[in-house]
Design a protein around this ligand. Structure first.
Ligand code: ADP
Ligand code: MN
Ligand code: MN
Ligand code: MN
Length: 383
């Protein structure tokens, strides 16, 4: 892969990474911002954390991330999970955080809190989730990596699970991210090149309950962080290139204790019945710009109408053939867009299948407004 000339030289960093930290540990606190992106900042700890109790609550300036007004800008970071840091190595950690306001309410973009309440209430069903995260790698100018500068590559066909120069781009980033996830104890279950050149997928799961959201968000952080070292941009836009180019989704595979047991198929059918009645509510939280992707073409279903079928990649939900034959297993909700929040997806699925829980609402688009309207996208200047 051609390296960008503005790339900082990570080889220079190597010798500093080896320096003794004299017993201190670096904790990188990671959170979800007001534009569906990630932010992080780091803190020195005096010893290696062995549980969440060793990670203090912290805060940041929410007016700089679109998460709070300037006159009341403190947003609090509450650690919910931590992982080994694949960049700094040693005892250093990455810390996934929830965001909270000073009045004791979750931040407008903290969807984890309600999802965790719903999942806790229905924990006896032992929900497992496996998400297929699709994404596209872009050059600094915002055009997909490897695409001709003033045009398009040959039509789709040779790229999906492809091998060889001209068919796949940036495999180095994909490999580095895969290993980084493994090092960080993210349950990454696989990866493949996608239908559109420059587009890739990896899967996380199956994870139980809220752990899926925690791990998937951290895997996105790792992807942005790895791609940064290679001078590439990651986009989770569901239809990065209009026209005859596949969009990007976040297929959500779901099972419960009941669907995995003998006779599970009848529980899957009952779930389909319930999902069918809440199509609009699900689509509202399944990602921005998903209408552009859910056209009924390119292996997608209708945005408006719920359908399901065995081995049908054109349905809202696909039940795989093995599951139909064995009469038990899991189903795949193919509707979520690649940029959707996994806490919202998994939370609303549990809510729809098992019932609403007092004090939690997975249909909410934001929690506890007021919000600060702010454009947070890095501007692209075409050369
Ligand atoms: P596809 O055939 O749609 O491309 P993938 O192989 O990419 O499917 O992804 C399948 C996903 O399903 C993986 O993330 C895996 O962890 C998940 N999965 C497997 N078994 C279960 C299960 N019983 N419950 C929930 N998710 C599961
Ligand atoms: Mn897949
Ligand atoms: Mn895919
Ligand atoms: Mn899939």
């Amino acid at each position: 892969m051609a390296q960008s000339t503005i790339l900082s030289n990570t080889a220079n960093l190597e010798k500093y990474l080896k320096l003794d930290q004299k017993g201190a540990v670096i904790a990188e606190y990671v959170w979800i911002d007001g534009s569906n992106g990630l932010r992080s900042k780091c803190k020195t700890l005096s010893k290696k954390p062995s549980s969440l109790a060793d990670l203090p609550e912290w805060n940041f300036d929410g007016s700089s991330t679109g998460q709070a007004p300037g006159d009341n800008s403190d947003v609090y970071l509450r650690p919910v999970a931590f992982y080994p840091d694949p960049f700094r190595l040693g005892d250093n950690v990455l810390v996934m955080c929830e965001t909270w306001m000073s009045d004791g309410k979750p931040n407008a973009y903290n969807f984890r809190h309600d999802a965790a309440v719903v999942m806790e209430a229905h924990a006896s069903h032992e929900f497992w989730f496996g998400l297929e995260q699709e994404y596209t790698l872009l050059e600094f100018d915002g055009w997909p990596y490897g695409w001709p500068k003033n045009g398009f590559p040959a039509p789709q066909g040779p790229y999906y699970c492809g091998v060889g120069t001209g068919k796949v781009f940036c495999r180095d980033i994909v490999e580095a991210h895969y290993k980084a996830c493994m090092y960080s104890n993210i349950q990454i279950s696989g990866t493949n090149a996608e239908v559109m050149p420059g587009q890739w997928e990896y899967q996380v799961g199956p994870c139980e309950g809220i752990a899926l959201g925690d791990q998937l968000w951290m895997s996105r952080f790792l992807l942005h962080r790895v791609a940064e070292e290679f001078g590439a941009k990651v986009t989770f836009a569901p239809k990065p290139i209009p026209g005859d180019w596949n969009g990007a989704g976040l297929h959500t595979n779901v099972s419960t204790k009941e669907t995995r047991e003998e006779g599970g198929m009848k529980h899957i059918e009952a779930a389909m019945e319930k999902l069918g009645k809440r199509q609009a509510e699900h689509m509202a939280v399944y990602g921005e710009d998903n209408q552009q992707r859910m056209t009924g073409k390119h292996e997608t279903a209708s945005y408006e109408k719920f359908t399901w079928g065995i081995a049908n990649r054109g349905a809202s939900v696909r039940v795989n053939r093995a599951c139909a034959e064995e009469g038990k297993g899991y189903f795949e909700d193919r509707r979520p867009a690649s940029n959707a929040d996994p806490y919202q997806i998994t939370g609303i699925i549990v809510e729809t299948m098992c019932g609403k829980v007092d004090g939690a609402d997975m249909t909410a688009k934001v929690k506890n407004a007021p919000l600060v309207e702010q454009e947070m996208v890095v501007p692209i200047s075409k050369p």
